[in-house]
Design a protein. Structure first.
Lengths: 335, 414, 334
């Protein structure tokens, strides 16, 4: 087992809204990512996966607030640190972020190199312009980006180039953990492939040591990540290796989610698309008991009462269901 | 209905609406209580101070009631304004040689006493002729104030030409104000023409609102029509309209307004024409913003569907597009009304407003106040209320506009 | 640099076309009115003159200047030809003083007053607006309604209020004029200090009316920018707060520059009217005296010069904008 780069223990965060009703968007989430590994986070929109991404950064600004739990990066617990210390020593350096909307992630009126200067100087105030330019040029070249991009404004770049630039800028300080929030969903197929390749290359060259990849596009996860975690209503529903999760999901929700996709490589073409009926719950008033129960066709009265903890099964897998793996498999077999 | 409720939920809109409604209510209710002609030139003097004026003739004729109070102190104070008292002090200190600390301009009885003891009309040493005259006049005032003798009312016998004493009035005699038959109230004083400022202000507010409304409607109608056509039709039509719009955004509408207003001539400039001219020069920015809204709408599914089902241009514009920008158009209209009121005021300040003698507008009142130097001679009542009314109208409409904006474009909410 | 050149060339050509159209309008509008324009124009102005031959002379001179016997397009070219030599005609009231002479001195008073006032108002307003957006709460709750209320005042309204406070009540400022009436323009210390003293009230009345509107605009632009994706992204990379504030301020200011250009005409118009209240010897005062005296050539000259001033101000702003917003250049490349 490799060195653990990112460990999260029982993390809880919430949104404080105008109406004074809090939204519990991340609920008792725990996870581990080892060095050189990547974790995929999947779920419908609104399941809390983007909020999880923001919460992992350890840097909260309204309306998102930290409640409890720990985020440990390479043995360093950042949850108790002051925001200013987090900004100076963690963000960008230990953990970096690729936002969902890369189109607008770069300041439109600043040259890329000027922005990189601001990023690097936020952590190393004494870095000279020349050092920064040398570092950026070298990094851009290694990542297959033309270095003249450095002297352009983001408005002068195409969509795919913008996204790759954002990735290069985010990882310029070789962070230990990279959080990528739907980094490719707005791109065309070619650009998407380039972005994925770039992320993989960075893992291989060690520019980043581990990655959390968030997306609603499951085929992508199978291609990119080692492990997959499925989220529902702010909680972890099931977790396992990418292969296990795609071809043998056990939890009814994961099963529904995986059932709604086609993975061409393995020849399961033609399998019927099971869309999950209903919509995710309102997180202002999450249902008691299993949060998925209102949409689960196997749910009983017992599912709707009491907290359902996660359970480990098949050695390395984990899920949150009242039924055990065997019970579930039996239910499915009888269908 | 739900929409209106939502709009009134916005505190900004509510405040704006209350101010605006209060102004309107006052303007329409006030004439019910005071039905005098707003443009009647009542006073012969300019800039009457605010207050109630009672007929001196009637007062003299009324039966008096005796009140046992000392009247001379207040009389002295009102006869001798501070400037005169300061002059008295100067005389006493500089020419008589009293110690400056001994002379107190606020202790009037003492000051008068010192004056009576020391003033000598024959002492001309070192005094300019004008200063001598000043002091003589002050002395007269002092003597008049001190003279507590009765006033004798006499009537002229038509046959003999003899004066017959009718009645005497002493200085402790009072008359109840409401028992005086002839009274005139000038709550905001009089203007340079001797008009009652409050009546005039109410009338002017009404006229200016009307000008704003007409100008706003004209500007919005032109801007909306051109904006709809430019945005929806596109192509060459759009290019032409956009070119004209850009042109008139850069060429100041203020200048066009001056040129047209001057050219139509003083005689022809009625309220309606002024309003139309203002509206005619104010449309470009409405056109600009309507156009950009329409462009964002014109490829929506429902519009395409209407196009495919063969509906005409007019039908698509009125049922497919207009309802979606209606809230926006209302906001634009409100701003245009506010701007129209300001434009009228500025135009009138330049002397290009509606013909002076026939009507009062807020701008004309400002124009008279500056022209007849109310501003520099301290007759605040002739222009302060006008400025406040203009500011309140503009403030209330801006508030309503911001409120509407926040309701209809929630992403702007902070 | 290529993108810039193209942009500037385009804009300059566009403004030249606008200028031509403005000149045509200035020429045509008074002539579109029914009746004999010269008779209408000179009748009123000549009414003040007791001398009948002088009135006739004015009529004849003007009929010739208008070139009424020639077709309209020829009249226009004669007029434009005279414009190029700086000949705007002769004033009716101050006959035989030339219009260019009268306007020539007024223009500098107006520019000297309005340019600094508009810039100051714009800068203060933007700083306050950004502060309100960024610091929120106190400034936001108190300052914004006040700004909104003050921006409801027309410049001339504030002018009367300032006169009332500082001239009538406190007696610390002169009532009007560009300098003390007992002085003649010179480079003496007394004259300059007199100009400075007379400058204060007109200047601040213009500045104050501008601040409110600018602050409100800047505040909402800043709030919009503060919620932009690049702000969030920069924060997550650990960029210092003050740097991010810098980004936000810069980007929120850009639309404010465009806004300034769009409202330049209205601002200058409002400020000209404020000049009247102070009897400031600029274009506003010249214009109002010309209107009162039905002095057509001076009115025409004033409107033309105001138009030219607004056009130049706009062009200058667009050129500045081209430099500070890289998107302009990017748009030219596409």
């Amino acid at each position: 087992m490799g060195k653990i780069m990112l460990e999260v223990k029982d993390l809880n965060t919430k949104y404080i809204t105008r109406e004074k009703e809090d939204v519990y968007a991340v609920n008792n989430v725990s996870l581990k990512v080892e060095e050189g590994k990547s974790l995929g986070v999947a779920g419908e929109s609104g399941c809390g996966k983007s909020t999880l991404a923001l919460s992992l950064m350890g840097y909260y600004f309204p309306p998102l607030h930290y409640m409890s739990g720990d985020v440990i990066i390479d043995g360093k617990n950042i949850s108790g640190m002051s925001p200013d210390l987090v900004r100076k020593t963690v963000l960008g350096e230990e953990i970096a972020y690729i936002p969902q909307a890369a189109m607008n992630a770069l300041n439109p009126t600043k040259k890329i190199i000027r922005f990189i200067e601001d990023v690097i100087r936020a952590h190393e105030p004494k870095a000279t312009k020349k050092d920064i330019r040398d570092l950026a040029t070298e990094r851009f070249q290694k990542l297959g980006l033309p270095p003249d991009v450095l002297d352009r404004y983001s408005v002068e770049l195409s969509g795919g180039m913008k996204q790759r630039t954002v990735i290069a800028v985010s990882t310029i300080l070789s962070p230990k953990v990279l959080i990528a929030d739907e980094p490719s969903s707005a791109l065309d197929v070619t650009s998407q492939k380039m972005v994925i390749k770039m992320l993989r290359d960075m893992m291989e060259t060690g520019f980043i040591k581990s990655m959390v990849f968030i997306t609603h596009e499951l085929p992508l996860l199978y291609n990119v990540t080692d492990d997959i975690m499925v989220m529902y209503a702010g909680q972890i529903v099931e977790q396992g290796s990418a292969k296990e999760m795609v071809f043998d999901p056990v939890h009814p929700y994961s099963k529904g989610l995986m059932g709604s996709i086609i993975v061409p490589e393995e020849g399961i073409r033609g399998k019927k698309l099971d869309a999950i009926p209903g919509t995710p719950p309102n997180l202002k008033h999450p249902p008691a008991g299993c949060r998925f129960a209102p949409r689960c066709k196997y749910a009983t009265e017992e599912c709707r009462a009491g907290y359902i903890p996660t359970r480990v099964f098949a050695e390395s897998r984990m899920m949150r269901c009242r039924l055990t793996e065997d019970q579930l498999r039996e239910v499915y077999a009888n269908e | 209905m739900g929409m209106i409720k939502k709009v009134f939920h916005s505190p900004k809109f509510r405040l704006g609406f209350i101010i605006f409604a209060a102004l309107l209510l006052f303007v329409f209710l006030y004439p019910l209580f005071d039905s005098g002609d707003p443009l009647e030139m009542i006073a012969v003097q300019s800039y009457l101070k605010p207050g109630t004026y009672v007929s001196q003739y009637d007062v003299a004729g009324s039966d008096g009631i005796t009140l046992d109070v000392v009247a001379s102190d207040k009389k002295l104070a009102s006869h001798l304004p501070e400037a005169d008292r300061n002059k008295m002090k100067t005389y006493l200190v500089d020419f008589v040689g009293l110690d400056a600390n001994q002379v107190d301009t606020n202790n009037i009885p003492k000051l008068i006493e010192q004056w009576m003891d020391n003033y000598n009309p024959n002492n001309k040493a070192g005094l300019l002729v004008s200063a001598q005259r000043d002091y003589r006049n002050i002395n007269k005032e002092v003597l008049a104030a001190l003279d507590a003798g009765d006033i004798i009312i006499a009537i002229n016998d038509p046959e003999t030409g003899e004066l017959i004493q009718n009645k005497t009035i002493h200085d402790q005699q009072y008359v109840q104000v409401s028992s005086v038959a002839n009274r005139q109230v000038f709550p905001l004083g009089g203007d340079n023409f001797g008009r009652n400022v409050l009546r005039e202000l109410v009338e002017a507010t009404k006229t200016s609102l009307m000008i704003g409304l007409i100008a706003g409607i004209v500007a919005t109608a032109i801007g909306l029509t051109l904006g709809l056509i430019a945005g929806y039709v596109g192509g060459t039509t759009d290019n032409i309209i956009t070119f004209i719009t850009n042109l008139f955004t850069v060429i100041p509408s203020f200048v066009i307004l001056i040129l047209i207003s001057y050219s139509v001539g003083q005689e022809a400039r009625g309220v309606l024409l002024v309003a139309c001219i203002i509206g005619f020069t104010a449309w470009p920015w409405t056109c600009r913003s309507v156009r950009s809204q329409v462009i964002s709408l014109r490829n929506r599914d429902h519009v395409n569907l209407m196009k495919l089902s063969g509906h005409g241009l007019l039908h698509i514009l009125t049922t497919g597009i207009l309802p979606y920008i209606a809230s926006y158009v209302v906001m634009a209209l409100i701003l245009q009304i506010a701007q129209g009121i300001l434009s009228e005021a500025q135009l009138s300040m330049l002397g290009l407003g509606a013909a002076t003698s026939k009507t009062a507008t807020l701008g004309l009142m400002m124009n008279w106040a500056t022209l007849f130097s109310a501003v520099v001679n301290g007759s605040w009542w002739a222009y302060f209320p006008v400025v406040i009314v203009i500011a309140l109208m503009s403030f209330s409409m801006n508030l309503m506009n911001t409120g509407l904006d926040q309701v209809f474009n929630p992403q702007l909410r902070d | 640099m290529k993108g810039y050149k193209k942009y500037f060339r385009k804009r300059i050509v566009w403004y030249l076309i606008t200028l031509v159209i403005a000149v045509i309008l200035n020429f045509m509008l008074p002539r579109l009115m029914p009746g004999d324009p010269v008779a209408a124009i000179t009748a009123n102005s000549a009414a003040g003159l007791t001398d009948r031959t002088a009135a006739q002379q004015i009529y004849d001179e003007y009929a010739e200047a208008f070139g009424l016997d020639k077709p309209v397009y020829q009249q226009f070219f004669i007029w434009v030809g005279k414009l190029f030599t700086g000949d705007l005609g002769v004033s009716f009231i101050n006959y035989p003083r030339t219009v260019s002479d009268m306007i020539g001195s007024a223009v500098w008073w107006t520019i000297g007053l309005q340019l600094p006032a508009i810039l100051t108002g714009w800068i203060i307003g933007n700083l306050l607006g950004a502060l309100a957006a960024y610091k929120g709460k106190f400034i936001d709750k108190g300052l914004m309604p006040a700004s909104m209320f003050i921006s409801g005042f027309p410049a001339f309204g504030l002018a009367t209020i300032l006169i009332f406070i500082f001239v009538v009540k406190l007696k610390v400022a002169p009532a009007g004029g560009g300098y003390s009436f007992d002085l003649l323009p010179s480079f003496s210390w007394r004259f300059i200090s007199s100009v400075f003293v007379h400058y204060q009230l007109p200047f601040w009345s213009i500045v104050l009316t501008l601040i409110g509107g600018q602050a409100i605009g800047m505040r909402s632009m800043s709030i919009y920018e503060l919620n932009a994706d690049y702000v969030k992204y920069s924060r997550f990379l650990g960029v210092e707060d003050r740097k991010i504030v810098g980004y936000v301020f810069h980007n929120a200011m850009l639309p404010q520059v465009t806004g300034l250009a769009l409202s330049m005409g209205t601002m200058i118009g409002g400020a000209l009217v404020a000049e009247i209240v102070f009897s400031y010897p600029g274009l506003g005062y010249t214009l109002v005296r010309a209107i009162t005296g039905q002095d057509y050539p001076v009115i025409s000259g004033c409107t033309l010069i105001i138009t030219v001033m607004v056009l130049i101000a706009n062009l200058a702003l667009e050129i500045i904008y081209g430099f500070i917003d890289p998107r302009v250049k990017a748009a030219q490349v596409e």
